[in-house]
Design a protein around this ligand. Structure first.
Ligand code: HEC
Ligand code: HEC
Length: 461
């Protein structure tokens, strides 16, 4: 088996990105204008986790420009939107609200297609491969890596193109449009200082420098990878960082193959052989059958389906049904601060997400619509209210996996807790185990972010 070091060698961009960290910024654009892969092998010292105060850190000129650009609203067609509008530093670079999809575009009213992820902790994401070795060391190579829910961008610089040009995000019509805005923007003088006036004069060069600058900011600025959650403190045995009894039990559920088994995809241990701290993802793609979300306007068209790896936002696997319905396993760092979960934001609380894992199979009627039948005027007193469907039906057929065509359902992952057990069967987790698991997930919130839920008595013991 190839070890992870070799996998990174397969990502030709890695070496290039390392050169970017070491050499002057001009060494960092390739002839084709693209910029390097994420530096998976950043010097360990720079990424060393734990609460020690980070060493004094000066951003390179490229990253300093990137910081200006990241917050510069004048780079959008509406003049109202920057990267930070959706990736808000006060929310761990995640969205500032619980909307399933954010609004953008020329008037700030065009809804997107997918939930906005946090962009903290992207520095170890490998480039996308159909056969990526799994960092757990034993799973067979499978689709993994890349940025966005479908892995279609191989580096942060490549990714930055999408929001700048997307008609429902910053909505520049083309690179020339963006560069015209850049020339008139408050960021222009700093851009010229870093890259020279000729770079601003040439559209292709300027656009690639914008991409490079945004990537450099996200890689270099410590605010993108603080590793200062309670769980990090606990892992590195810092004083006063013991988990409470409930959090400890929750961690057990997280790792336990017979109950939560979250560890099956969201790795909680330091991974690789290069000192990467726990990433809470193995970068793999899985189909877990998230329900269709009627809050997304695009879903009003019954023919529209977001099938992740097989499209429509990427088209290289459009003819490969075995890729349909697979989405990237996201990190769970800061997950307790989110208000929309899964690629389509269909779930709106962390508790609801955990309950979805627990009862997708045993009580599918709580998660997927029922066709036919009759809704009781008043549900029975013991009918659960935590699901997406709160009406209790008599008769009718539950439309399980309503966002995945029947032909693609064989792609569904079979691991616990989503092992496809029968409706009415025993649930993988008990109420106590779910409660403990939620306590544990709250320890993944970074130290600079307000805890989503005040530390309740429930998590104390
Ligand atoms: C209107 C909201 C919005 C704006 C503005 C926006 N993004 Fe995003 N961002 C998203 C969404 C939605 C996704 C997921 C896209 C997908 O999966 O197709 C995303 C994904 C990303 C990712 C990949 C994260 C991951 O987990 O793989 C990065 C990196 C990123 N954005 C950076 C940026 C940068 C840099 C800018 C500014 C140039 C920006 N974004 C502007 C909404 C936004
Ligand atoms: C088979 C792999 C796998 C297992 C096991 C697994 N997950 Fe996930 N998880 C995923 C994937 C893939 C997604 C994204 C799915 C989507 O958006 O369609 C996800 C998404 C999530 C999200 C939403 C995060 C966000 O930013 O939107 C949460 C919360 C979550 N998982 C928690 C858990 C917990 C808790 C467990 C254990 C009870 C668990 N997962 C087990 C693969 C897995």
């Amino acid at each position: 088996m190839i070890d992870s070091r070799d996998v990174r060698k397969l990502n030709a961009g890695t070496v290039f990105a390392l050169a970017c960290l070491t050499f002057p910024i001009d060494a960092c654009s390739r002839a084709d204008g693209s910029v390097g892969q994420l530096p998976a092998q950043k010097p360990a010292a720079e990424l060393a986790p734990g609460p020690a105060a980070p060493p004094p850190h000066r951003l390179t000129p490229a990253a300093q420009v990137g910081k200006l650009l990241f917050f510069d609203k004048s780079l959008s067609a509406s003049g109202q939107m920057s990267c930070a509008t959706c990736h808000d530093p006060a929310h761990g670079y995640g969205p500032p609200n619980g909307l399933a999809v954010q609004l953008g575009g020329p008037k700030g009213t065009s809804p997107g297609l997918r939930a906005t992820p946090s962009i903290r902790y992207k520095e170890f994401t490998p480039g996308y491969l159909d056969l990526l070795d799994n960092p757990d060391g034993f799973s067979l190579p499978a689709p993994g890596g890349g940025l966005a829910w479908d892995g279609r961008a191989n580096s942060l610089s490549e990714q930055a193109k999408a929001p700048l040009l997307s008609p429902f995000e910053m909505a520049n019509a083309n690179p020339a449009d963006l560069v015209a805005r850049l020339r008139a923007s408050p960021s222009a003088p700093e851009f010229v200082r870093a890259f020279g006036a000729p770079a601003l004069a040439d559209v292709d060069l300027a656009f690639s420098k914008v991409q490079l600058a945004l990537q450099s900011f996200q890689i270099e600025d410590p605010s993108f990878h603080p590793y200062n959650s309670k769980y990090d403190l606990y892992l590195y045995k810092k004083p006063g960082s013991e988990l409470t009894a409930a959090e400890e039990r929750g961690l057990k559920v997280f790792k336990d193959k017979e109950t939560g088994n979250c560890q099956g995809c969201h790795l909680a241990d330091a991974s690789f052989d290069d000192g990467a701290p726990a990433q809470f993802t193995d970068f793999s793609f899985e189909a877990i059958g998230a329900p269709r979300n009627p809050e997304i306007p695009a879903n009003r068209d019954h023919k529209y389906r977001d099938l992740g790896l097989c499209g429509p936002l990427r088209d290289d696997h459009a003819r490969s049904p075995e890729y349909c319905g697979l989405f990237k396993t996201p990190t769970l760092r800061n997950v307790a601060t989110r208000g929309a979960f899964f690629h389509n934001g269909v779930i709106h609380s962390l508790e609801q997400a955990v309950r979805f894992y627990n009862t997708r199979d045993t009580r599918p009627e709580l998660w997927y619509p029922t066709a036919g039948g009759r809704a009781k005027t008043k549900p029975d007193p013991d009918f659960p209210r935590y699901g997406l469907v709160t009406a209790q039906y008599v008769g009718g057929t539950v439309q399980k996996y309503d966002d995945l065509p029947v032909a693609n359902r064989k792609n569904l992952d079979k691991q616990l807790p989503l092992d496809g057990r029968a409706a009415g069967a025993k649930e993988p987790m008990t109420e106590q185990q779910m409660s403990d698991l939620l306590c544990f997930l709250q320890t993944l919130t970074d130290g600079d972010l307000p805890a989503a839920v005040p530390a309740s008595g429930r998590c104390a013991n």
